[in-house]
Design a protein around this ligand. Sequence first.
Ligand SMILES: Nc1nc2c(ncn2[C@@H]2O[C@H](COP(=O)(O)OP(=O)(O)OP(=O)(O)O)[C@@H](O)[C@H]2O)c(=O)[nH]1
Ligand SMILES: [Mg+2]
Length: 692
Amino acid sequence: MKEDVAAVRTFAIISHGGAGKTSIAEAMLFNAGVTTRLGKVDEGTSVMDYEPEELKRKTTISSAFNTFTWKKHQLTIIDTPGDFNFIADTKTSMQGADSVLVLADAVDGVRVQTEKVWEFADEFKHPRMIFVSKMDRERADFFKTVEDIQNNFGKSCVPLQIPIGSAENFQGVVDILNEKAFFFTHGDSGRFETGEMPAELADQAAQYRQELVERVAESNDQLLEKYLEEGELSLEEVKSALRGAVVSGTLVPVACGSGTGNIGIQPLMDLIVDCMPSPLDCEPRKGRSPRGDAEIVRQPLPEAPFSALVIKTISDPYAGRLSVLRIFSGTLSPDSTVYNATKETKERFGQLLRLKGKAQEPVQTAGPGDIVAVAKLKETTTQDTLCSEKEPIIYPAVDLPPAIYSLAVEPKSKGDEEKIFSSLSRLMEEDLTLKLDRNEETKEMILSGMGEIHIEATVDKLRRKFGVEVNLRLPRVGYKETIKGKARIQGKYKKQSGGRGQYGDCWIEMEPLQRGEGFQFVDKIVGGVIPKQYIPAVEKGIAEASVEGALAGFPVVDFKVDLVDGSFHPVDSSEMAFKIAGSMAFKKAVLEAKPVLLEPIMFMEITVPDDCMGDIIGDLNSRRGRVLGMESKGKKQIVRANVPLAEVLKYAPDLRSMTAGRGMFTMKFSHYEEVPGQLQEKIIEAAREEAK
Ligand SMILES: Nc1nc2c(ncn2[C@@H]2O[C@H](COP(=O)(O)OP(=O)(O)OP(=O)(O)O)[C@@H](O)[C@H]2O)c(=O)[nH]1
Ligand SMILES: [Mg+2]
């Protein structure tokens, strides 16, 4: 379908959840003739949101791809999820793009989540364009949104279009550069007429045009010189330098329209062709050699050695595994063998498939800029590099955010544990933020992800794809016990009724250690009062007994035991007897040495808009949190705090509702701390209740 690499535009649509990404993609597909009816997210007729879990929630959960022709160019859309719950998929599939289209909702403006994906685009050095979406919504305000965009992303963001009317009077857009207006007919047919720019928009258009020319001039030394000398540039000069300015990042063009109304979408598609880079316009991809760390650059040419990155894996219980690749260099044909440089193995595949939302279409060849899929690779996973075996390269993998929400999973029907484990492992192939761990202390299977919706969607998939039903509940907190005081205690085990007796006797001194120091044992026996061979048995008895503390049965940590005295019996003493004596001494000593409960404390970094700050701090206090520091970044505040795990088991959904989805956080285990007195009682009582 494509003529050459210069005619390829592969871009990702990114923004916060619900800004209209999928609706824009649908409008493009409709305008390009890929679909015969405009797909609607709300009606479940979207081509790009097709998984049952997406239809149920009316939101994108898993990025989708579509390739089509627009005015002799090959456009490939990567429609990404906007919700934080599915951010890993957004980030990994963004690696497949050469540029990004960032959406800003004309009512809601730039949200925290949009900033997050903008940072990803920075990380990948993707040139970008902004589209102010939902111009037909009530209270839509283009100029306020542009102000918000510039406050957040800088003055390089300059409108290339302005809207004609807004909300229910939104009719179309003005192309500032060419001073043309596109008036759209009512309904979502996308039909429009080209006409004169309305007079009342002339001043505004002239002002933005000036800014635009300056930005374009700045991207190019020759143009800048001319501009400074003559005070202006010709339309042709500006137009031919436009893409260069976007690629260099000196200009981020802003367009506007409505996806569901199909207004302004064809002009947007034209801008994508004109302003966004082909693979040839981008810096060639860099990777490293699998042998040694030498940097390798692959030119985006069909005749270069083949190289591609696996940006997504789709796991299907029947069709098997589908690996989605972005080709960076070379040419790929069906029925080939490629080299997986990451795993150092060869992989064979049959058909080469182009993705069309849910549908797949076999193709005979694919080259730089293409996103294609192949089935049933044996060992390949997302983030692996596939390449020519003779000229191998490894592209860097991206960092993904750590999981922040965990639930304990158990099977609805007994005996399904193994099935849960294997099915979840399959789902983890396609979802890199999903984690499954067994907590040995609490004996639970813990499923972790980015939030409530992430885990719920995973459970839905488990049921649909593998027929496995599970129960979920908040995990138990891994409390521990320790001591605050000292004790000197005798443990004596003596059994001398009939047959051979048992005799073990030890005196221990117990004292607390610093947090994290664990258990230390010091042998201070002199004069052989306990024979050498029995001393490890005493230590073992203590270590084994410390797995269950005296307070509530949690493991005892951070204490030191000195073995100071004891006695033995020449016939009845044994390792077993000394082990029991050690354990007896330990149990008594703990009770005497002021035992206390310890709880895990998390380190959290919370990013929220300014206006939520008071609520967030107040809430952290009520969760027994300790704020360590604050930092402002634009209109956002970053709070760092230590908070007990028990208080933040549900922080992901709670923060979501406190900030209307505008807050984000990360958290990781920091250290253990003593549980305050009155709470200890409650936890101990609950643990004893459960043990009954
Ligand atoms: N009025 C109006 N509503 C829109 C427009 N675009 C999208 N919507 C509505 O906004 C909601 C979200 O639209 P989507 O296209 O699913 O947004 P998204 O950015 O793909 O959302 P996520 O996939 O959840 O990140 C849906 O109810 C759409 O009908 C628009 O241009 N105008
Ligand atoms: Mg979507």
